[in-house]
Design a protein around this ligand. Structure first.
Ligand SMILES: C[S@@+](CC[C@H](N)C(=O)[O-])C[C@H]1O[C@@H](n2cnc3c(N)ncnc32)[C@H](O)[C@@H]1O
Length: 221
């Protein structure tokens, strides 16, 4: 292989060990307490995956690069941030690290087990054990929502649930907010686009297990 091509390949495709380090699953940089917390998260996640494979829709919690990229796409505009499908809270932490005010964040998670974990990790956040297909019913009346940050496995959810979530998202962002969604289906058309939403940002995150695509959508004009 020509040297330039090899270099480009190395830059784009991470070495397996560097890849695991980037997910902070191995490496000396992670303090023991954080490592134990991460390992517990992976185990809880695996247990939920075995019980509810379609609702969990992933083989492990999101990696930090994916979580950070989702959080970075939250616009500066005023309003609530609604996180849907928070799982073990990796994206929740990234949203807080991004500087979003804790009082402005509402987390909706379906699984009672994940809700218990989330309440343990973030005791001062509003964590609702509920269905994203009913998200407007959990929000204060007339609330302005700047962004929905969704880790929901839209592709593996039943068609009717998916349609209800997409329609609820539209009523939630009310023409001014946005929806940030990730998927492992790197090349397929997002259900949000199929429903007429306009995409204004996209990124591929190779340093995730498996690699993911993040997109930001706005309501159709
Ligand atoms: C891909 S996992 C989330 C991964 C998460 N970012 C993490 O790092 O742990 C999808 C999550 O969506 C939740 N979920 C699935 N259907 C839901 C629904 N209708 N409403 C709310 N949460 C839902 C699942 O319980 C699961 O926690």
């Amino acid at each position: 292989m020509p040297a330039k091509l090899t270099r480009t390949f190395r830059e784009r495709v991470p070495h397996p060990l560097r890849f695991l380090k980037s997910l902070r699953l191995v490496g000396p940089s992670l303090p023991p307490a954080r490592f134990a917390q991460r390992a517990r998260g992976v185990l809880w996640f695996a247990a939920q995956l075995l019980r509810h494979p379609r609702a969990v829709g992933a083989i492990c919690p999101s990696g930090q690069p994916l979580a950070r990229r989702m959080a970075a796409l939250i616009p500066e505009t005023p309003g609530l941030v609604v996180e849907c499908g928070a799982g073990t809270g990796v994206v929740t932490q990234a949203i807080l690290d991004r500087g979003i005010d804790r009082r402005q964040l509402i987390v909706i998670e379906y699984s009672p087990l994940f809700c218990r974990i989330l309440r343990g990790k973030f005791p001062d956040l509003t964590i609702i054990q509920g269905d994203a297909a009913k998200m407007t019913s959990y929000l204060p009346e007339g609330a302005r929502v700047a962004a929905i940050v969704s880790s929901l496995p839209l592709m593996s959810l039943p068609r009717a649930t998916r349609a209800a979530i997409i329609s609820q998202a539209d009523s939630t962002i009310r023409g001014t907010g946005c929806v940030i969604q990730f998927t492992y289906a790197l090349w397929s058309t997002s259900p949000f686009r199929q429903a007429g939403y306009r995409r204004d940002a996209r990124a591929f995150i190779l340093r995730n297990l498996p690699p993911a695509r993040v997109e930001r959508f706005r309501s159709a004009e």
